[in-house]
Design a protein. Sequence first.
Length: 150
Amino acid sequence: MRRDYFELTVDGVDADEPTTPTVRIDFHGPSGLLRDRLTGSDGDLLAASAIDVAFRLRDPLSADEAAGVVAVTNRFTGEFVLELNETAVDVLPFVRAARETADGDDASYRIEIDIEGDHLVTYDKETFLVYDHDGNLLRSESLIPSGVEL
């Protein structure tokens, strides 16, 4: 699936009042392709507990406009559901906003996935892993719930 099929928008990053940061991913490609990847072996759409979300940098974090890839994967098969190109200056403020709205609880955020503007699925998540360009986990930039050991 081509990365340019996706458009990503973010809400709740610069909100005056605490709100759940939300990523909206709109898919502009063959609808059956994304729907198939989001469907489990039982024929239902994957649950939030069945997907993982990560951002892996392709450039050093210190680089101006460090580029990377946002990936949603099937936790059980390891297969990519979707990938899209983004920059660290777009992704990391979102992770920080989720952390700041946590109010002492584990941080959380929401992912809404649409196909051509029609809502498909919403996921509420607490984990968002960030990796550097060498594949090392950046714990200080990631959202990792308390009690989770990686």
